[in-house]
Design a protein around this ligand. Structure first.
Ligand SMILES: Cc1cc2nc3c(=O)[nH]c(=O)nc-3n(C[C@H](O)[C@H](O)[C@H](O)COP(=O)(O)O)c2cc1C
Length: 202
């Protein structure tokens, strides 16, 4: 199956990179066709130009490539740190420019855009791996865990993805090498569990 890995972190030696690489490795090990995107390394421009807000538009080649890939993906893995309860701006830009009408969702015929969108993605399971320096209970109670709502409800739920798994690794600042190694093992287990359990292996 076709799986896209989307990574948003500026430092090549970061734990986020280690997570994305572990996920990619496990996908390859399972025999999947993986497309790996390090958005910073690609230099993706996150600013959505006004002309891209309409449905019929000629997209620049890099964005068009991302859109085609997303439309064909059967699995997707997103990796990013928690920055102010949000994804880094470069990933927000990928969301704005790539998760487009006609690619990821559409409104029903005759609807002028105010109604319920219909998800178009073929993705059966999306995996989200996040890192933060906030303990889980505090993240939920004080901040409301906005990344959980964003990925599960606002994005993949809306785009028709039936299964969304999210794991936040914390607290990175005080984590030991042993804990990080165990977390990378968890990443591989989740990839294996999801992309096998859903019968999506080639
Ligand atoms: C701009 C910025 C905003 C951040 N905001 C938060 C935050 O809201 N909550 C939090 O727990 N950590 C926050 N952090 C800490 C990062 O989540 C943390 O450094 C990262 O998850 C560690 O992963 P890494 O070792 O791969 O960089 C922020 C860091 C930066 C640079």
């Amino acid at each position: 199956m076709r799986i896209s890995v989307i990574l948003a972190h500026p430092e090549p030696g970061s734990f986020n990179h280690a997570i994305a690489e572990a996920a990619q490795e496990e996908c390859i090990h399972l025999g999947h066709d993986v497309r790996y995107h390090d958005l910073y390394a690609e230099g993706l421009n996150p600013v959505l130009p006004g002309k891209e807000t309409v449905r019929e538009v000629e997209l620049p080649p890099d964005i068009d490539g991302h859109c085609r890939e997303l439309a064909e993906a059967e699995g997707i893995i997103i990796v990013h740190p928690n920055w102010w309860g949000q994804p880094p701006a470069i990933l927000k830009g990928w969301i704005d420019r790539v998760i487009r009408p006609g690619v990821a969702y559409e409104f029903l015929e005759g609807d002028s855009g105010e109604g319920i969108p219909r998800g178009l993605l073929k993705v059966r399971a999306a995996l989200i791996f996040n890192t933060s320096n906030t303990e889980s209970n505090r993240e939920r109670k004080v901040f409301g865990d906005p990344l959980d709502t964003l990925w599960k409800n606002c994005i993949f739920g809306l785009c028709g993805v039936p299964s969304v798994y999210r794991r936040m690794f914390n607290v990175i600042a005080t984590s030991t090498p042993g804990q990080r190694a165990a977390w990378l093992g968890e990443v591989k287990n989740a990839v294996r569990g999801y992309y096998r359990r859903h019968g999506m292996q080639d």
